[in-house]
Design a protein around this ligand. Structure first.
Ligand code: F6R
Length: 593
């Protein structure tokens, strides 16, 4: 959601920033812009376009530059227009700004400080840049920016250029992610590690309420009082999983296929022959609590539901799952000694950050389970566990979901006194995933024949129901088919009224205990005209079942049953010609509440 990239140094700032912005495309955006130093004219040119970065590239008439800042916008304040796209320039032209985040008090700042200013966009960002201009009349640019930062309420990652000192970029961060990368060629700054790839050797993930003055060779870090802060850079250690599409037509298809490898990687990171590699101190810390509360959003919340089941059944710890955006503002009554697990692929989700800030104030212990070890939620929780899924580029999350479940299963197991061979179970699941994916081509026609309506239902019970919730989210977000995941037994209490001729109903049946009941529910919808499709396992299959998976440990079945549902969503979107990796209105990293 919104992306920022800035660069100064040797090399072509234009292509470094455009390349960085493209790497952030997966976060989701609806317009893009760039400001480049035109050295011959000694001025900054600004280019903006609605739509994709490819459109923006077409209008840039400068070849080279040593300084550039760029932005991809996901509209929050104001419509998707060229005027609202960043960069924004102050009215006398002196300052140029790109901004991620939301300034909650921009209207009152406008009224108090800029009552006569004419604004050219509907954005909160234009208020920031004009405030800097106002304060810079009497102060140095750095002091003017610091003064503005102290007035801002909300979140920001900000890059500022003062055209009077073209070889300096000012940057600031609060609640929106920002990382600085350095090499001997120059300095890159971006809202995501992906923006630093190929340009930096070392990086610094900035803390909240920090401010930077960056020149081509160096930078100084300050707090908002203008005091210099110490810092330590870390080595930028790129993941083994490539962030290119390779042989696959879409990132989503590639990421679906990576799941067996991700499971094996988790095994290699967390298991050896006799032991599990999870910090004993962390395990003791969790055991000292009497309940677990999982906080997450979207797909990660669905992984949390499976984790709840595992933590209760294996580790015997009462566990509840909460939607982060609800918990942040309506914290339930917490009794005893609760422990908190935050699940987030990106580690940047603003709803979770809001929860974490409160939990820290209340002195609760927190653990973040994330794919991005440098992320805000990983840094700010007491502990973190990495899911090792590698970069997930498609907006629709696939491999992060299974990786989250596998890591949380490992945690649940480590907290338990069980002694079955989880490592073997996970590697059997990896094989079963591959076995299914080898046959994937045969399912495209099945999807075309089944999903003929603009709505669809997934039904199941227990863990299968939890997978139905994720399956429905995946289908709706990329195919735009209105889909609901339903507890199969609950259909007859109202929702069955929606079933008519050819309504698609997909059942997931992987548990012997509930298989017969779910089949009865499937028959009930079939006899009302529904077009049904069944996903089941070898030992539970019946003659007409269309998708049959290998048998695996039933308590881990979601790791396998979710795979065909990801593929169903993929094919449904492919058949409809949608932009699979970048579905409309969605962002990969949801950094606003
Ligand atoms: C759906 C999807 C979202 C995310 C949600 C939370 O495919 O990706 O529902 O799961 O926005 O994001 P993270 O896990 O980054 O906190």
């Amino acid at each position: 959601m919104c992306g920022i990239v800035g660069y100064l140094g040797k090399g072509n700032a234009k292509s470094i920033v455009l390349e960085g912005l493209k790497r952030l495309e997966y976060r989701g955006y609806d317009s893009a812009g760039l400001s480049l130093l035109d050295e011959k004219q000694n001025q900054f040119n600004i280019y903006k376009e609605k739509g994709r970065i490819a459109q923006l590239e077409k209008i840039i008439d400068l070849n080279d530059a040593r300084v550039a800042i760029g932005h991809t916008r996901w509209a929050t304040h104001g419509r998707v227009t060229k005027e609202n796209a960043h960069p924004h320039q102050s009215n006398n032209g002196r300052f140029i700004v790109v901004h991620n985040g939301v300034i909650d008090n921009y209207k009152s700042l406008m009224k108090t400080y800029l009552p006569d200013t004419v604004f050219h966009s509907e954005t909160d960002t234009e208020v920031i840049v004009n405030l800097i201009e106002l304060f810079a009349v009497k102060k140095t640019p750095a002091n003017a920016i610091l003064e503005v930062l102290k007035l801002l309420e909300g979140s920001y990652a900000l890059l500022v250029i003062d055209i009077n000192t073209p070889e300096t970029i000012y940057a600031a961060k609060h609640k929106s992610p920002l990382l600085l990368g350095k090499s001997d060629k120059g300095i890159v700054i971006g809202s995501d590690m992906m923006a630093l790839v190929n340009t930096a050797d070392n990086y610094l993930a900035l803390d909240d309420e920090t401010f930077l003055r960056i020149t081509p060779k160096n930078f100084t870090l300050y707090n908002l009082e203008g005091e210099v802060l110490p810092y330590t850079m870390s080595l930028l250690d790129l993941d083994d999983f490539s962030s290119e599409k390779g042989e696959f037509e879409h990132f989503m298809l590639k990421e679906i296929h990576e799941q067996p490898a991700v499971l094996r990687r988790i095994i290699s990171k967390y298991y050896n022959d006799t032991d599990i590699h999870i910090d004993k101190i962390l395990l003791e810390k969790i055991k000292a609590h009497d309940s677990i509360h999982i906080l997450a959003a979207g797909t990660s919340m669905h992984a949390g539901l499976i984790a709840k089941d595992l933590l209760e059944s294996l580790a015997n710890i009462p566990t509840q799952v909460h939607i982060a955006s609800e918990f942040a503002y309506q914290q339930p009554l917490l009794k005893g000694k609760p422990y908190f697990i935050l699940i987030s692929q990106s580690g940047e989700t603003a709803d979770l950050r809001a929860c974490l800030v409160n939990l820290k104030k209340e002195k609760y212990q927190t653990l973040t389970v994330t794919n991005v070890r440098t992320s805000t939620l990983a840094r700010e929780a007491d502990d973190y566990m990495e899911i090792y899924a590698g970069p997930e580029i498609a907006v629709a999350s696939t491999k992060a979901y299974t990786a989250q479940i596998a890591v949380l299963a490992t945690l649940a197991y480590a907290l338990s006194d069980q002694s079955f061979d989880l490592k073997r179970e996970l590697s059997e699941i990896a094989q079963a995933m591959e076995h299914f994916l080898d046959k994937k081509d045969q399912y495209k026609d099945l999807v075309a024949a089944t999903l003929t309506k603009r709505n669809c239902f997934y039904i199941g019970r227990g863990l299968d129901y939890y997978v139905c919730l994720e399956a429905a989210l995946k289908l709706k977000e990329i195919s735009y088919i209105q889909t609901e995941g339903f507890a199969a037994g609950e259909l007859k209490h109202g929702t069955i009224a929606l079933i008519e001729e050819d309504t698609p109903v997909i059942a997931i049946i992987s548990n012997r205990k509930t298989a017969d009941n779910t089949r009865s529910n499937l028959n009930e919808v079939k006899s009302r005209g529904a077009k049904t499709l069944t996903i089941t396992t070898e030992s539970l299959k019946e003659t007409d079942d269309q998708i049959v998976l290998d048998d695996v440990n039933p308590s881990l079945s979601p790791l396998l049953t979710v795979i065909p549902t990801q593929l169903i969503a993929y094919y449904a979107a492919l058949i409809r010609g949608h932009d699979i990796d970048k579905p409309r209105n969605l962002a990969k990293s949801v950094t606003v509440e």
